[in-house]
Design a protein around this ligand. Sequence first.
Ligand code: HXC
Length: 272
Amino acid sequence: MPNTLSPDWLKKSVFKPDIFKGKVVFVTGGAGTICRVQTEAMILLGADAAIIGRRPEVTQKAADEMAQLRPGAKVIGVGNTDVREVKSLVAAAERTVKELGRIDFVICGAAGNFLSDFNHLSSNAFKSVISIDLLGSYNTVKACFPELRKNKGSILFVSATLHYYGIPFQTHVSAAKAGIDALSNALAVELGPLGIRSNCIAPGAIAGTEGIDRLLPADMREKALSLIPAQRWGQTEDIANGTVYVFSEAASYVSGTTIVVDGAGWHTSNGA
Ligand code: HXC
């Protein structure tokens, strides 16, 4: 399964190719699978992008590859950035403004996860995931806030559906994602009067991602697939399309909500 958009995505797309012309998207976790594809769609539709990550080589390679997607696209890799450290994100935001001129859209996508039963999950392990997913999302918005306020920007948190029903071995990430939903709602209300929108996107089971390949045991996949009403795994392109919608003018009155992109899976899966 490719972790990049299919080459004919733009040709098939229902979106106009220049809707994000002159805009800049700041993405944590942008070298990963889902966030990379979200960012690629934004670039193809005219945006420039800053890819924020911990590993400089990985981040730069992803940025260089993504810059090839559209003639004239500017994509910078900002490595050595740990979302747990707000200072590190402030430096990344400052560099983005220096090199790309502005920040309009923020995708809070950096995440950490592993399966662990509660009995063996240490307090430090719980804290690590909360620090990357929840505190990291807060820090990202905090660092980008001056630009979001100036440009009446828009925030998209990458959430999940597992905390809607409760699932074993995922107490840490469930708590973090529930916190992210609450953070997004509160920001939508508080920052709405400044012209800033805040939303979450909640991917279901997306093919080719760690959520299936590493976190869903192989012997549970067939049953999991059969429970999805859409009768297929999600594709990273499904998340890209949702992302483009939320950032587009078509969603200018959409704030404080979560776009669930899961083929109705959470209604039937219940963590089974
Ligand atoms: C139990 C674990 C563990 C594991 C780490 N720990 N891995 N405990 N099972 N598999 C514990 C360690 O023992 C330690 O606790 C604490 O967690 C911190 O570990 P470190 O390795 O020091 O932390 P760090 O290097 O910061 O790594 C963070 C990480 C790591 C979250 C643990 O997995 C990571 O950075 N992953 C990034 C990539 C990633 O996971 N992406 C997944 C995204 S998928 P002690 O007590 O020993 O000190 C996703 C999908 C969500 O998010 C939705 C699902 C459907």
